[in-house]
Design a protein around this ligand. Structure first.
Ligand SMILES: [Zn+2]
Length: 377
């Protein structure tokens, strides 16, 4: 990973580059911050910068053999230890360690270096269990670091979420972390340093990763995604310094925009009692996936409930799109005290029928007709 591919964090990047340029690389560094702030991408960028054979003042070159292999996570001197647990493929008897899951880890990390703990557990199918870094992993770490580096200047061990390391594993690794062989680097990446075993914590140099500047997140949305400034700012503010949260909110935002358009169209058509257009609307929605249909109905029901039944408190996702007054104003001709309850019930009925695997076209046509009756009532 190049420094320039890491979102924001300009000051911290500069500090990290300086330690390399001045030959002051601490042998055990603990990157600490919420996953969405980018501690893992920063640790990877540092690893690449250190081993690049043609680095500049600003960044690794991105094309030398070392950069090439680190970017693809296939460098023989770049190792990982991450929390795992037993799965169907890797039962307890096999003593699960990172190596068992490495192809999956590599693929997941390449796709999203801002991944969080839960996403990783879902990826390997242990979402109901806690992952951990146990004593077998510690032994494997020692084996891997025992030999001189193959190609790189530095041998690197990235330990992701050391807060999941148990006491036996920590005890086994203490001496190695305190006095690693020459040209060996530990890069620990933690979201919660309060849960790291103290003896490990005290042997590392803390690299505090702060929230990403809001201005940087706004720039990401305006420059890269072409979003209007005001909407970009709303998203960036709600993301609170986290790039992964920004991505998640963007996805919600995109869906919400689509649901909102469907909802407005439905209300307008019901108001004009245009039977043919209503049928076409139902037909169009019936052709989308079932999950999408369900999401739309839930969105509409939630919005009706929160915006019109409970003192017009507009839900957060809707708020990302519209300001409260304009939003309620749009629906003033359609929704009022007389029909809100019945409209809400019509959506709930559709949700129930969809859950029973009813015919989507019939369900949406029925919904459209009920709304036409209510709105004209
Ligand atoms: Zn390079």
């Amino acid at each position: 990973m190049l420094f320039k591919s890491v979102v924001g964090q300009h000051e911290l990047k500069q500090q990290l580059r300086q330690t390399v340029q001045e030959g002051r690389i601490a042998h055990a560094q603990l990157f600490w911050g919420a996953g969405g702030y980018g501690p893992l991408p920063l640790a990877l960028a540092l690893a690449q910068y250190i081993n690049c054979t043609n680095r500049s003042d600003d960044d690794a070159c991105g094309v030398c053999p070392s950069c090439h292999k680190i970017q693809k996570l296939i460098h023989p001197d770049l190792h990982f230890a991450v929390p795992v647990n037993s799965t169907k493929e890797v039962p307890e008897a096999k003593k699960p360690i990172t190596d068992h899951f490495f192809p999956r880890w590599r693929e997941t990390l390449l796709a999203n270096p801002y991944l969080n703990e839960q996403e990783w557990y879902e990826t390997i199918g242990i979402e109901n269990k806690q992952g951990h870094i146990g004593v077998n992993e510690a032994s494997r770490i020692m084996e891997k670091l025992h030999f001189k580096s193959f190609e790189a200047d530095y041998k690197m061990m990235v330990i992701w979420l050391p807060e999941r390391m148990n006491v036996q594993a920590a005890n086994r690794l203490l001496k190695l972390i305190e006095e690693p062989p020459t040209k060996t680097l530990f890069l620990l990446v933690s979201e919660d340093t309060t849960r790291i075993i103290k003896t490990i914590l005290s042997r590392t140099q803390l690299v505090h990763v702060p929230p990403i500047d809001e201005a940087v997140l706004v720039a990401v949305k305006t420059a890269q995604d072409g979003l209007p400034e005001a909407q970009a700012r709303k998203l960036a503010r709600a993301a609170a310094g986290s790039y992964s949260r920004l991505l998640a909110l963007t996805a919600i935002h995109d869906d919400t925009q689509e649901h909102f358009a469907h909802f407005v169209a439905l209300m307008r058509l019901a108001y004009t009692v245009d039977g043919i257009a209503l049928m076409a609307w139902a037909e169009e929605l019936a052709q989308t996936g079932r999950e999408h249909q369900k999401a739309f109905l839930l969105y509409a029901a939630q919005m009706l409930r929160e915006s019109f039944m409970n003192n017009r408190r507009v839900p957060e996702v809707t708020h990302l799109l519209h300001d409260e007054e304009a939003f309620a104003g749009k629906f003033a001709p359609f929704v009022n005290e007389r029909n809100i309850e019945a409209i809400y019930q019509a959506f709930n009925l559709a949700i129930a029928h969809l859950a029973q695997n009813g015919n989507a076209k019939i369900i949406f046509t029925d919904l459209a007709m009920r709304l036409a009756i209510q709105i004209k009532a």
